[in-house]
Design a binder for this molecule. Sequence first.
Ligand SMILES: [Zn+2]
Length: 128
Amino acid sequence: MSSLNDYIKFTLDTEDQNIIFSDYSNENINSKIYKIYLAELIQPTCPYCRSTNLKHNGHYVSNIHFITADASKLVTIRLRKQRVLGNDCLKRSMAQSNLINKGCYISNTSKRKILSALTEDRSMTSNC
Ligand SMILES: [Zn+2]
């Protein structure tokens, strides 16, 4: 039942059905070790007309920085977003995920973690 995809989603606390994790590795970038998760974001239906009659038109790769509980660990999700052309409406679109906002490269989960960390810092200060 459990696959690598399920396991990585469990680890990263993401449940987006349209994200398929396929692999992971360590990469040395500017002498820092990054944990890289490879994933594809699929576009099952046209966002304009909801048709599933789509023509695949390559991928757009974005690197999403993920913040974990241990901030010294650098985690990046290399997300290949499907680009499609709707055969019915002839409109082009790119897969979107609630993991990240359109055009934003910091995951929403990380933003929530930053916010809760700030909240904790504030409450600690006010206890002094
Ligand atoms: Zn369409």
